[in-house]
Design a protein around this ligand. Structure first.
Ligand code: FAD
Length: 392
């Protein structure tokens, strides 16, 4: 008889997960995560080890050494989230960047950037958000003006994960300012050592998010060769929405992973901790919390894997990836919030990762599109399906 995992995953997928877990245990990723919380360093060396061990970029086609499916990328995001949160965050925008280059790049772009990103030698970032363009992504002002064979990029990008550490940035900019932005945006591959690229500053979020950077970037007449345009002139909106679907579901996979050890902590702690002569797990006020946490997290996980299967099957999955991101971030928040409560006073101390997870979970509702925007997308897609039936 099959086990429950085999219903969801093929033997090759399960084997990938198992060998990845063994690798992460072997390098003591959990211990490194603890050290990062204490000393705040960026785990680039550990990321390179993941590349050396051939775990990075499984979404790439076989000719680039990948496995050609997003499901592997989701497994990778989930396991990294569970093993070492800062490592998962380095991988996050790198994976969105290499997945997008793999989908939209021409052969020259793929051969230049994908091997270096797969080996972990180069880190990627996604640069969409600007000081005046957050949820309303079509309001970007960064411009890319054509000058012969080159484009001159000018503007600012904010809140960019890995922004100051990245080697390769995908930068969205206006290439035709006189049309509807949806028809006048393009995306460029920009190398961070290009003249005119400047890191204005790195932010620390929620009182510290060790091991990660969130950057404010400036592009001051950055000259980019025309051949670095990804997906065609004025095709940037199409690439962006496709990228965001992939980003949201992989981000959701990472959150499902981040929540897993926190849930395990709540279960184990509640079995060990005794009050009123018994383990606190025997109080329904505690154990029913565990029931809700497990149920919501499992639902989020199923939504993640359903969505990546749709994308691997060639379906457009904007609604499903928004649902996955919404469910995963809210499940993670509930898990972290309840774990703090179950641990009582110790839940608030830095003795356990609960308080840190609580801050992470609060943070998780904003990147990749806020949860209000996720709800907006979901209802829009639902009503679209009814359009014409009832005065729609
Ligand atoms: C940790 C972190 C990492 C990030 N990484 C990246 C990255 O790598 N690359 C990148 O490009 N961006 C990144 N971002 C930016 C992120 O995508 C934006 O913060 C997000 O899209 C929201 O934009 P904003 O912060 O400008 O908020 P705003 O858009 O100003 O929104 C403010 C509030 O208004 C609400 N709101 C806005 N419009 C609507 C509406 N139509 N209906 C209902 N409510 C609405 C929002 O939900 C929010 O509550 C990151 C952000 C964070 C916090």
């Amino acid at each position: 008889m099959q086990n429950k995992e085999e219903i969801l995953f093929s033997a090759a997928e399960s084997e990938f997960r198992e060998s990845l877990r063994a690798f992460l245990e072997g390098v003591d990723a959990k211990k490194i995560e603890r050290e990062i919380y204490e000393r705040d360093f960026y785990p680039r060396a550990l990321y390179a080890k993941l590349g050396d061990a051939c775990f990075l970029a499984p979404v790439l086609p076989e000719e680039y050494g990948g496995r050609g499916k997003l499901v592997y990328e989701a497994i990778l995001a989930e396991e990294l989230g569970a093993a070492c949160v800062p490592l998962a965050w380095i991988h996050s925008t790198s994976s969105y960047a290499y997945a997008t280059i793999a989908r939209y790049g021409n052969e020259e772009q793929k051969s230049i950037y994908l091997p270096a990103m797969k080996s972990g030698a180069k880190i990627g970032a996604i640069a969409i958000t600007e000081p005046e363009a957050g949820s309303d992504v079509m309001r970007i002002k960064t411009s890319a003006e054509r000058k012969g064979d080159e484009y001159l990029i000018c503007g600012e990008k904010r809140n960019i994960t890995n922004g100051s550490k990245a080697d390769v940035l995908l930068v969205w900019a206006i290439t035709n300012p006189v049309v509807d932005p949806a028809k006048g945006i393009s995306v460029f591959i920009v190398e961070s050592d290009t003249k005119g690229f400047e890191v204005k500053r790195d932010y620390k979020l929620l009182g510290g998010f060790p091991g990660t950077v969130n950057s404010y970037l400036r592009f001051d007449d950055v000259r980019v060769p025309g051949k670095n345009m990804l997906g065609g002139e004025n095709e940037g909106a199409r690439v962006m929405f496709d990228e965001l679907s992939i980003e949201r579901v992989l981000y959701a996979a990472m959150l499902v992973g981040e929540a897993r050890p926190i849930l395990e902590l709540a279960v184990e702690y509640s079995m060990d901790r005794e009050q009123f002569g018994t383990a606190i797990s025997r109080f329904e006020a505690i154990s029913f919390k565990i029931a809700d946490m497990v149920t919501k997290l499992e639902a989020a996980k199923l939504m993640v894997y359903h969505t990546v299967r749709l994308i691997d099957g060639g379906f457009e999955a904007e609604q499903e990836s928004a649902m996955a991101k919404l469910l995963a971030s809210e499940a993670f928040y509930e898990v972290a919030h309840n774990t703090v409560q179950i641990l009582g006073g110790r839940g608030l101390a830095d003795e356990y990762p609960a308080e840190w997870a609580f801050r992470m979970a609060r943070l998780s509702m904003i990147p990749a599109g806020t949860n209000e925007i996720m709800r907006f997308i979901i209802q829009r897609e639902v009503y679209k399906g009814y359009k014409g039936k009832k005065g729609g």
